[in-house]
Design a protein around this ligand. Structure first.
Ligand SMILES: NC(=O)c1ccc[n+]([C@@H]2O[C@H](COP(=O)([O-])OP(=O)(O)OC[C@H]3O[C@@H](n4cnc5c(N)ncnc54)[C@H](OP(=O)(O)O)[C@@H]3O)[C@@H](O)[C@H]2O)c1
Length: 277
């Protein structure tokens, strides 16, 4: 039987590349996105079907999952990919901006997982891959809300991996470093207007480091590399839970090992010019 993957957030970036990768490998793909009219996916050896899914709307989640199940009969692999970044000082974030960040990056993962889980439990098989971030393992400055949301995804995934292992379902969490997608462009919301007022100096310093990084070689992984890593994780048959992806992410995790927690945190403040006054 042809295996089926359901992926959220397929309009661009990692989600769109994952649709292509699984389709090329002959899988059925339930490609979900907020505006399916805009989607153009080539058919692979399997079948690619698009379904409208906004991860913040329970009714949309339930409808998309039940339509995908009607279409393909089962979902073997779920990839919770939809998400966006929120950059800027915590103090200037509105309650609405905070709510939206958490209802998308965390609530979306919970809602889609809850909708897909019963048929995996009944079959006693399945793989759930949640895309967190390196920022869900080591937090960078001015990303407090994004980091909190991705730490939540890591914690949720790790605990759920234990809970579902006896039921034959493997839960995995991805912690990619920088990936060359729309993430730092159209998918990056801000908590501040203008120059950020009392935080202007810190914002300027942090943005300068990120810009210098980009100028020095850009993002460390391509969406296609992430898609390949997702395909490998979905099919490796292993009990591995955490996947740190990208040379930049691996280097930060190695520094944590070499330096220890506090020295790593002090090094991050120093690198961004944010040592205490
Ligand atoms: N790029 C990076 O450097 C990086 C690093 C680590 C982790 N990540 C994570 O990777 C995931 C994918 O991001 P990307 O880099 O591929 O960026 P992207 O190209 O901007 O893709 C983000 C996707 O999420 C979708 N999305 C946002 N809100 C949604 C909602 N409420 N319901 C359904 N879909 C929604 C977007 O859809 P619309 O077109 O409808 O907005 C888009 O398809 C995110 O979870 C991100 O946090 C990215």
């Amino acid at each position: 039987m042809t295996a089926t993957v359901l992926i959220t957030g397929c309009s661009s970036g990692i989600g769109a590349a994952a649709v292509r990768r699984f389709a090329e490998q002959g899988w059925n793909v339930a490609a979900t996105l907020r505006n399916p009219e805009a989607a153009r996916f080539e058919q692979g050896a399997g079948s690619v079907e698009t379904f409208a899914l906004d991860v913040t709307e329970q009714r949309s989640v339930d409808q998309a999952v039940s339509r995908a199940l009607e279409c393909f009969g089962r979902i073997d692999v779920l990839i919770n990919n939809a998400g966006y970044g929120l950059f800027g000082p915590f103090e200037s974030a509105t309650p609405e901006a905070i709510g939206r960040q958490f209802s998308t990056n965390v609530g979306g993962v919970l809602a889609v997982t809850r909708a897909v889980l019963p048929q995996m439990r009944e079959r006693k098989s399945g793989v759930i891959i949640n895309i967190a971030s390196l920022t869900g393992l080591v937090a960078m400055p001015l990303y407090s809300l994004y980091a909190a949301s991705k730490y939540a995804v890591v914690g949720f995934s790790e605990s759920l991996s234990h809970e579902l292992a006896p039921l034959g379902i493997r839960v995995k969490v991805f912690a990619p470093g920088a990936v060359a997608t729309d993430f730092s462009g159209r998918s990056m919301a801000r908590t501040f207007d203008g120059d950020g007022g009392p935080y202007a100096d810190s914002i300027r310093k942090v943005m300068a480091v990120f810009q210098a990084n980009r100028a020095a070689g850009g993002a460390s992984s391509s969406p296609e590399q992430l898609a390949q890593a997702l395909f490998d994780a979905a099919t490796d048959g292993s009990a591995q839970v955490r996947y740190v992806v990208g040379d930049d992410a691996l280097a930060v995790m190695q520094s944590r090992k070499d330096l220890g927690e506090e020295a790593l945190l002090a090094g991050i403040r120093q690198r961004f010019g944010l040592a205490s006054s």
